[in-house]
Write a protein that binds this ligand. Structure first.
Ligand code: PMV
Length: 305
């Protein structure tokens, strides 16, 4: 039996600004995954209950079918007698990269069944093509961190930089329970930028400075500074109109319960926020988030690769 998977991701710093060429930091969340099991069948189909109640076939008008067509085309194959069963523990449309993880899993399933090698850079390229269907003009950060499954310091269209030897970070990821479209949030920021470039451009550049300072703070193990930078990044994201009352409530609750820093993660307007905690404060911050209305709180530790 063939089993393949891909992780969720969170953006620690720099979402939205990354679309404009600023650096951003993203890390995989290896405990939350999209997983696929490939079984023999008389025709090609994908079963992904999170995404669709019906089995998806190759002619479906669906990004998962598009993914399969892209992968088969890459391997110069028309169809395959397989069923790809996908189970994912990653909440959809909530800033955790569920789309990129499912896409990666489908392509890995097809390449594994065909016993064809697929280097990570080629896989990354294919996943990016599908990200365009989901997001319009994606920066490429989601597919990169999900495919390579390691922390990245990402600048659009530049070689991926690693963040070496940084101190472990304990994070809580809390879901507002509201899904939100990254495509809409990205396009609204673009409209704002076009309407008021003199006000918006410096905000975006400031986010880039914060991401670069955060990389240094991570490498120096300066946890207090990382928390402080998360709050500064959040204040700028709020000015870009991508926070939401629910995100603000969870961020306030995290800070009041002892978090070192907190911010939204991903496209915003809903979805998930992240809070930086220590071993001593983890439980109280988790309780604070749940009391403030978080529908799920995940614990994760970000470690160097
Ligand atoms: O909402 P997510 O997890 O897909 O994150 C999107 C990140 C953005 O910077 C808002 C968009 C992008 O393409 O980088």
């Amino acid at each position: 039996m063939i089993e393949v998977s891909a992780p969720a991701k969170i953006i620690l710093f720099g979402e939205h600004a990354v679309v404009y060429g600023q650096p951003a930091i993203a890390v995989p969340v290896s405990d939350l995954r999209a997983e696929a099991v490939v079984v023999a069948s008389d025709h090609f189909s994908i079963v992904a209950k999170d995404v669709s109640n019906d089995a998806i076939t190759l002619d479906s008008a669906n990004p998962l079918a598009e993914t399969a067509r892209l992968a088969l085309n890459h391997f110069k194959t028309k169809t395959l007698p397989i069923k790809i069963n996908i189970e994912s523990s990653i909440p959809i449309a909530s800033g955790l990269g569920s789309g990129a993880a499912i896409t990666t899993t489908i392509i890995r399933a097809i390449s594994a069944f065909l016993e064809r090698d697929l280097p990570l850079n080629e896989l990354n390229h294919l996943v990016y093509e599908i990200e365009k269907i989901y997001h319009g003009t994606p920066s490429g950060i989601d597919n990169t961190v999900v495919v390579y499954e390691r922390p990245v310091y990402f600048i659009r269209q530049k070689p991926i930089l690693r963040i070496k030897n940084f101190t472990e970070l304990n994070l809580l990821i809390a879901n507002t329970g509201n899904s939100a479209s990254t495509r809409v949030a990205v396009s609204d920021v673009r409209k704002l930028y076009d309407a008021e470039p003199r006000r918006i451009k410096p905000l975006i550049e400031q986010i880039g400075v914060i991401a670069s300072m955060a990389r240094q703070a991570m490498q120096h193990g300066d946890i207090a500074q990382i928390g402080h930078l998360m709050l500064e990044n959040q204040a700028l994201l709020k000015q870009l109109t991508v926070s939401s009352p629910e995100l603000d409530t969870l961020i306030d609750a995290a800070m009041q319960s002892g978090a070192l820093g907190a911010k939204l993660s991903g496209g915003g307007r809903g979805g998930n926020m992240i809070a930086l905690v220590s071993d001593d404060t983890r439980d109280q911050v988790k309780n604070g988030l749940l009391a403030a209305g978080a529908v799920q709180v995940y614990e994760t530790t970000v470690t160097k690769d």
